[in-house]
Design a protein around this ligand. Structure first.
Ligand code: ATR
Length: 297
């Protein structure tokens, strides 16, 4: 007898393509169970041509909330009744909440990064933050950094135009600190308290590389307090390994993943999860994630 679900169970899910490797079903079902919600969360692989039909169908079925992942975080914005200001500013939605008028879109990546900083004791106010990368992941990180009043934000990117566009986005938040764009060869001429890798270097085909390769020496990293990576597969990137060897405190991208998910849960259920509970959930999910990945992560 399976009696976890019944006629009152609320259904949630995630839409993307591919979706098979998503950790969100385990994350959301674990959080729902820990918070005693009668809810179930499933993955849905949706083809490009079917995004509109999927959103309309999910709404008709009364699916209470959805996460949206690659490659639909922008496309989905066409099918919502409202979009919150932060998601509008970032230009991407990763969370939909069912309302009487349609789905409302949110972006919880900023909240997730903020909570990751809070729980790891990372203070951004009045700090010099250096951000590697200017893609989607860098958007949320840079806006949170601006919102928390960093003294200075240094954006490092291969493609200068993308970095300049990100700088404009940060300035549109009303950020009044210093912000500049540099290339990798200039990193060593700048100082940073917090260094964040928001590039894809360190995972997939670039697993054995670090974005810092050939650009900095130990002296540079000795003066950095925290190194943060948005990557969590592998669990410790070359970037973080080297940073740790140089005495920096390190945080990988798993915390951002978990806390953006917890922020989605909070929106859907209109409940607040205390930091102490969020941290416990993070710890048990991390243990599980490392175990099931068989040391491959
Ligand atoms: P995401 O949404 O995950 O951030 P993205 O939008 O494709 O992905 O952005 C990837 C980021 O990684 C970009 O900042 C990219 O730099 P460019 O804008 O110059 O392309 C960066 N990146 C990818 N490969 C890189 C490499 N080999 N060296 C340095 N930066 C790299």
């Amino acid at each position: 007898m399976v009696d976890i679900y019944n006629g009152h169970t609320d259904v949630y899910g995630i839409i993307g393509n591919p979706i098979e490797h998503s950790f969100s079903p385990i994350l959301q079902n674990t959080v729902a169970s820990a918070m005693s919600e009668n809810a179930s969360y499933l993955p849905f692989r949706v083809d490009n041509d079917n995004v509109e039909a999927a959103i309309k169908g999910a709404y008709a079925l009364g699916i209470r909330g959805l996460n949206i992942t690659v490659p639909y975080k922008k496309t989905v914005m066409n099918y919502l009744c409202d979009i919150d200001d932060t998601a509008k500013m970032i230009g991407a939605v990763n969370t939909l909440k069912w309302t009487e008028n349609g789905y409302v879109g949110y972006n919880t990546d900023i909240l997730g990064f903020g909570k990751s900083c809070d729980i790891n004791g990372i203070r951004i106010k009045d700090k010099k933050v250096m951000l590697l990368g200017a893609g989607g992941a860098a958007n949320a990180v840079s806006i949170l950094t601006a919102n928390r009043d960093a003294e200075k934000i240094i954006i490092v990117n291969r493609t200068k135009e993308k970095a300049e566009k990100l700088k404009k986005l940060v300035l549109s938040t009303g950020y009044s600190g210093e912000i500049k764009v540099i290339g990798y060869s200039d990193i060593k001429n700048n100082a940073a308290d917090i260094l964040i890798n928001a590039t894809s270097v360190g995972m997939g085909k670039d697993r054995d590389n670090s974005p810092l390769d050939g650009y900095v020496d130990t002296d540079f990293l000795n003066n950095v307090s925290y190194c943060i990576d948005v990557i969590y597969i592998p669990w410790e990137t070359k970037f973080l390994r080297y940073a740790k060897e140089c005495g920096c405190k390190t945080v990988n991208g798993f915390d951002m993943l978990i806390f953006q998910g917890i922020a989605s849960f909070e929106i859907w259920h209109e409940r607040h999860i205390e930091n102490s509970t969020a941290k416990e959930l993070r710890d048990s999910l991390a243990k599980y994630f490392i175990e099931v990945s068989g040391g491959q992560c």
